[in-house]
Design a protein around this ligand. Structure first.
Ligand SMILES: [Zn+2]
Length: 264
């Protein structure tokens, strides 16, 4: 796939894996109607397996500046022993996808983790060491707090190794990362969920993270998803951003098509 460009930023899709999700999709989108499912399945037939299960892609995106500096958004499901191994189709193939795109892991200067679910942080730390050794890793403070309150295994698997090498940057709210690239706080899926906006005038692309996880939320942004930590906050930010981004492009981790252009 040819990379997209917004201004002088190149957006490279990197697929780490694909596979069925364990959840019953009718249960996790409990409010969706039969008509809404029919429309979503027409829009994204690749997300429905013949046996009725939900097929997910697991993607990361690299944002490349003209000087070769690279921002990586999310790190996928990870290697065979990653925290997502209990449910996701590990091992992922992000290292091969990076190599195919001509991106050395040393080129990655910033890793934005949209949130701390295991299918988005997989290659962040491998063998107890940060995989991207020259990168700052950006997480929202509210997600760090949520991990601490839950006494999550990710404190040891993810945060401690990043803190140990001084590579963890805990941020709050929106922040510019490079000319035309910035973090947008999109809380709801998790308390500290964040997305990344690339903009050049009216030309805009949002790397969504899990602002939406299925095409049914693209067609019906008001639909909540059971694994959102705050469904009403998630709904509000999804409805608002999809309206503001009309005519722009979404780069999504989980839909069958990596890039979706919103109607103007
Ligand atoms: Zn996800």
């Amino acid at each position: 796939m040819d990379p997209l460009r917004i201004g002088d930023i190149e957006i490279v899709m990197l697929e780490d894996g694909a596979g069925p999700f364990f959840a019953d999709r009718k249960e996790v989108f409990a409010a969706a109607t039969a008509e809404q499912w029919a429309a979503a399945d027409t829009y994204d037939p690749g997300a429905l397996l013949p046996d009725g299960r939900w097929q997910l892609r697991f993607r990361c995106f690299a944002l490349r500046q003209p000087n070769g500096r690279t921002i990586l958004v999310d790190t996928g499901i990870g290697p065979a022993d990653a925290p997502a191994a209990s449910w996701a189709p590990v091992p992922g193939r992000l290292p091969a996808a990076l190599a195919e795109a001509g991106i050395a892991r040393e080129d990655v200067e910033i890793v934005v983790l949209t949130h701390v679910h295991t299918d988005h942080i997989g290659w962040s730390v491998t063998g107890g060491r940060p995989y991207f050794r020259n990168a700052r890793y950006l997480l929202q403070a509210a997600d760090v707090t949520a991990l601490e309150e839950a006494r999550s295994a990710l404190l040891d698997r993810l945060l401690e190794p990043l803190r140990g090498t001084g590579q963890l940057d805990v941020v709050t709210g929106d922040r510019g990362l490079a000319p035309g690239v910035g973090i947008v706080a999109t809380p709801g899926h998790t308390p500290g969920h964040q997305s990344v906006l690339v903009a050049d005038g009216d030309d805009r692309l949002l790397v969504t993270g899990d602002l939406l996880v299925h095409a049914i939320q693209l067609l019906h942004p008001e639909l909540g998803y059971a694994h959102e930590s705050d469904q009403s906050a998630a709904r509000a930010v999804r409805v608002r951003l999809l309206r503001e981004l009309r005519g722009g492009i979404l780069a999504t981790p989980h839909l069958t098509e990596a890039f979706v252009r919103l109607a103007g």
